[in-house]
Each structure stands twice: as structure tokens, then as C-alpha cells.
Design a protein around this ligand. Structure first.
Ligand SMILES: *Cc1c(COP(=O)(O)O)cnc(C)c1O
Length: 356
């Protein structure tokens, strides 16, 4: 939570203007400052990340099949399916859990219209290779950058890659507006369409050109975002210290693997995942989860299950076709991570993992 007084000061003017939603002054300011922070050309705010992603998919006019990853949150796969498209699951890299770009081309058919990779945990995808393939086959690229607010790759904002990139501002993410999200778009025309989409398809008060929905961010949410944005760099720095401590203590343990960061990436330290190999470590992931829980420490199986194994999808898809994703999903654990997590607690968590 940001400082209470600062939030109250920010929302005070709303009692005079009474303009509490429909893209008011605070919304406009957050959109401008977040675009600057993210180093992207055009940014459109949304009520949440999921609707932002769905709007991007729908606005880019995709058809047929979309190559994506099953190692993600429910939102990514649902957004494809709810737009009447067929997800085609590509396996992931064992090192950083992002889409394995070397497997994309074998999945392309004459129905493929796009690639939708995820910058998992804030790890940047192999954007060069993904975009080379997309260009060669004339495919759109939409990144799910829900985890990657503030991440940069080779000095460029991560949201400036691809045709569009979605960010989530959910309360559990590294930067938040309680609920919220955004799409960074590569073209002004796309930005215009996205903004019409989020407001029922209106293009002017008298004209509705497309079928839209309501996905506008309120002024109260935008205010939370605005205040949090001012404190984001401090928060990321605190998280960095915690991640460094975790890494220092956990890398030495046999059977515990930490995902790698691609070269040229400026990280946001959104998550701290570990992959536990039960043969080398001696216990499996679920046992570690339970041991930690018995000491009041709540880690998460993030992501488990794979989206292709959800009961709403498992009759349509076969997760044995993405063996690396299946392996990681069965062994990954994300450890507690937030700015004011004290080092003593981090040490206690590491001690529990070290001592089995
Ligand atoms: C959080 C998340 C979303 C959805 O964002 P919301 O703001 O919660 O709607 C989508 N994809 C991934 C990978 C996420 O982690």
C-alpha cells in the first residue's frame, strides 16, 4: 500500500470535479506517466489486464490459430479462446520459462495469425527470434507482459516490442492500481481502436463503429496507480535486495534451480521462482510447499497446472506435447516476495529449504 495521506491528497480534487470515471484528469496523467516510465510510444489504460489483453487480440483482428504458451495464468489462454481463436501450445525454455522460439515454426499452419508469448516472471522472451519468425510468416505478435512492468531489454521498454503488449496492474503485481491494466501499442491507429473498444465501441457520442465492452479504469484506481508509480523504483530496489539474498543462499543447494535472466535485461524483480528436482534435492515441490506452510510461510505453485491441463481445456489439448512446461509446472515454487519482507524472514525461508 502507498502512503495513505498521499492517496487521499490525490483523490481530493474528485470531490470538486465529480468526474470519477470516463477517462478523467488522473487517468490521463497516469496514462502519460506510465507510458514514459515504460518507454513506450502509446499506452491505453484498462480496468484490468485481462480485458486489456482481450481488447488487443480483438482489435488486431486475429483469425484461426494463435501460438502461445501453456505455462501462464488462466487469462492468456482464456483471452484467446473467448475471441473465438484456437490456442496452439508451444513448449518453453527450461532456463527462463519463456516460449522456446526454436519450436515455433513447426507449429505454424495456414491458419496461424499470431504469436502470443508471455514474459513470465518478468523474464524477457527471445523477442529477436520471435519477431523474425513473425515477420517471415506475416504474423502479429502480442506479448503478455503482465509480469513485466518496468522491464527493459537492450535499453528499450519491454512494451515497445511486438504489435502490442499487455501489462497488468493487479494488486498482486509489482506495480498496481488495485485492479488495472494497459496495452502498449505500436501504432496510433491501434491505440484509437483500443480506446474505442474499452468504451463500448464508441468513436464519438453519436457513433458506435464496433462491438466494444466496458473496460475503463476509474479515477480512484488511476490515483492508486499514480501514487504507487512514484514509489515503484524504491520498491523494485527493496525487491532486488531480497532476490539477491535468496539467490545467494539457494543457488548452493543441490536440486534447486533458479531461472536465468536473458542478456541485456533490466529486471523488475517481480517474482522469485525456484525449480525443485526431487531426485537431487530429496523431496518434491509439494513437500517443500507444505513444510513452508507449516511454518506460516506461503509460497505458490505458480504456474500449476498448465492452462492446457485445466478441466475446461484438457479434453482439447495434450500437455505431453509440451514436456518442458509440464516438467517445470510440476516442480516450480514462487517464494514470498514484497518490498517490506525483512531479511530475517528471507533467511528463515532459506534455512527451512536448506535443512530440508
Ligand atoms: C495477472 C495476469 C494476467 C491478468 O491480469 P489481471 O490484471 O489480473 O486481469 C494475465 N496474464 C498473466 C501472465 C498474469 O500474471
Amino acid at each position: 500500500m502507498p502512503p495513505f495521506e498521499e492517496y487521499i491528497e490525490t483523490i481530493k480534487p474528485l470531490w470538486e470535479s465529480a468526474r470519477v470515471t470516463n477517462c478523467g484528469a488522473i487517468h490521463e496523467e497516469l496514462e502519460r506517466l506510465a507510458a514514459r516510465y515504460l518507454k513506450v510510444g502509446g499506452l491505453s489504460l484498462f480496468a484490468n489486464g485481462h480485458l486489456a489483453l482481450s481488447a488487443a487480440i480483438s482489435t488486431l483482428g486475429l483469425t484461426g490459430e494463435v501460438i502461445t504458451t501453456p505455462f501462464t495464468f488462466a487469462s492468456t489462454t482464456h483471452a484467446i479462446v473467448e475471441n473465438g481463436l484456437e490456442p496452439v501450445f508451444c513448449d518453453i525454455n527450461p532456463d527462463d520459462c519463456t516460449m522456446d522460439a526454436s519450436k515455433i515454426e513447426t507449429l505454424i499452419t495456414d491458419k496461424t495469425s499470431a504469436i502470443l508469448p508471455v514474459h513470465v516472471y518478468g523474464n524477457a522472451c527471445d523477442t529477436d527470434e520471435i519477431e523474425r519468425i513473425a515477420k517471415k510468416h506475416q504474423l502479429k505478435v502480442i506479448y503478455d507482459a503482465a509480469h513485466a512492468f518496468g522491464v527493459e531489454l537492450n535499453g528499450r521498454g519491454i512494451g515497445s516490442y511486438g504489435d502490442a503488449a499487455m501489462f497488468s496492474f493487479h494488486a498482486t503485481k509489482v506495480f498496481h492500481s488495485v485492479e488495472g491494466g494497459a496495452v502498449a501499442s505500436s501504432e496510433t491507429e491501434l491505440k484509437k481502436c483500443l480506446e474505442s473498444k474499452r468504451n463500448f465501441g464508441l468513436t464519438s457520442p453519436d457513433n458506435v463503429e464496433t462491438i466494444g465492452f466496458n473496460a475503463k479504469m476509474s479515477e480512484f484506481h488511476a490515483a492508486m496507480g499514480l501514487v504507487n508509480l512514484r514509489h515503484l523504483d524504491e520498491q523494485i530496489l527493496l525487491r532486488k535486495k531480497i532476490c539477491e539474498r535468496y539467490a545467494e543462499r539457494l543457488t548452493k543447494i543441490p536440486g534447486i534451480k533458479l531461472p536465468k535472466t536473458r542478456q541485456g535485461v533490466k529486471r523488475n524483480y517481480a517474482y522469485f521462482p525456484i525449480v525443485i528436482n526431487e531426485k537431487e534435492y530429496g523431496f518434491d515441490r509439494d513437500t517443500v510447499l507444505e513444510t513452508l506452510a507449516s511454518h506460516g510461510i506461503f509460497a505458490r505453485k505458480y504456474f500449476y497446472p498448465l492452462t492446457s491441463d485445466f478441466s475446461c481445456y484438457n479434453k482439447r489439448f495434450d500437455s505431453s506435447l509440451t514436456p518442458v512446461a509440464r516438467y517445470i509446472s510440476g516442480r516450480v515454487l514462487t517464494l514470498p516476495l514484497y518490498g517490506n519482507l525483512d531479511i530475517e524472514t528471507v533467511d528463515e525461508i532459506c534455512r527451512l529449504i536448506e535443512s530440508r
